[in-house]
Ligand binder design. Structure first.
Ligand SMILES: [Zn+2]
Length: 295
């Protein structure tokens, strides 16, 4: 048996060693890193990240909110209330307060970029969103319905569920991106509405052209009239509901100078999808009852 074999036996373990055990210094515990919640208003360093503001500070818990600041849970205005106390409307606590005055924050970032706006920029961005959103919706709805695609398996399922989900989401996709990442590009609520409703109008027109001139070889006057009135109104109407939710998200961000919360769009998006799906279900019934009208 060689010496190297002995090193791996139990006689080599520390408890059999007559000398005091010396731990490897590289395995020493390191001191814990300072965590964001250990920052106080005095040690706050600006420019860390505007997306991760350390506004949960131990010294601020009773500091009153000096400006409009909506409750994260119910939207009530917390102005005048001390931070971290239960909301007067819903009773839940708000941990996020406005950043301390005079520091680099999302607020200063947003104010700086909003101040640089060239005249007409918001309208140009809104029209671009309308164009892109309309094309997005057409392309994604075509991709989803192509033969062999997962959504083309069951026609009523496609019309009632997948179609409305894809179309309503994609119509507001470009506008949602701007609201979430570049909210300062819009200067008025009407521009947010235009960017989404314009996409719906664009989608409705492109879809009608496809249906009336590509899918249907010789459409009846009734079908033409139906598509250019009812279908256009449905697309614009459903998206107007989603757009008003998106405008609310934008308005909260611009009014309170805090990051837009795109998840607040969910209730209005779901409403738009549900109405669109219900309409499609009703049309399936009408087509079955009056087949000659829809040719
Ligand atoms: Zn509340």
């Amino acid at each position: 048996m060689s010496d190297s074999d002995h090193q791996h036996g139990i006689e080599g373990e520390p408890q059999h060693n007559p000398h005091a055990f010396k731990p490897d210094p590289s395995e020493q515990k390191v001191p814990p890193p300072s965590r964001p919640h250990e920052y106080s208003e005095k040690t706050y360093r600006s420019g860390q990240s505007v997306y991760d503001e350390p506004d949960i500070l131990p010294g601020r818990s009773r500091e009153p909110v000096h400006r409009d600041w909506s409750c994260t849970h119910c939207g009530a205005n917390l102005r005048g209330m001390p931070l971290e106390t239960p909301c007067r409307e819903c009773g839940r606590r708000n941990w996020y307060g406005p950043p301390p005055a005079g520091v680099d924050s999302y607020e200063s970032w947003l104010k700086r970029l909003a101040g640089d706006a060239a005249p007409g920029r918001g309208t140009v961005v809104a029209l671009a969103c309308a164009l892109i959103g309309g094309l997005f919706a057409v392309v994604s709805s075509l991709m989803g319905t192509s033969p062999g695609g997962i959504m083309s398996v069951n026609m009523p399922m496609l019309a009632i569920v997948f179609g409305p989900v894809v179309e309503e989401t994609m119509k507001v996709a470009a506008a949602s991106y701007v609201v979430e990442e570049r909210p300062y590009l819009f200067t008025r609520r009407s521009q947010v509405m235009l960017s989404a409703v314009g996409a719906a109008l664009m989608f409705a027109v492109l879809e009608n052209l496809l249906y009336l001139f590509v899918y249907s070889k010789n459409p009846s006057t009734n079908l033409m009239l139906w598509r250019w009135t009812v279908c256009v109104a449905l697309h614009v109407g459903c998206t107007a509901i989603v757009a008003s939710g998106l405008a609310d998200v934008w308005q909260r961000a611009m009014h309170e100078y805090r990051r837009p919360r795109i998840s607040d769009l969910f209730p209005s998006l779901l409403t738009g999808i549900a109405i669109h799906g219900a309409y499609n279900a009703a049309v399936i019934g009408l087509e079955w009852k009056y087949p000659s009208f829809f040719r």
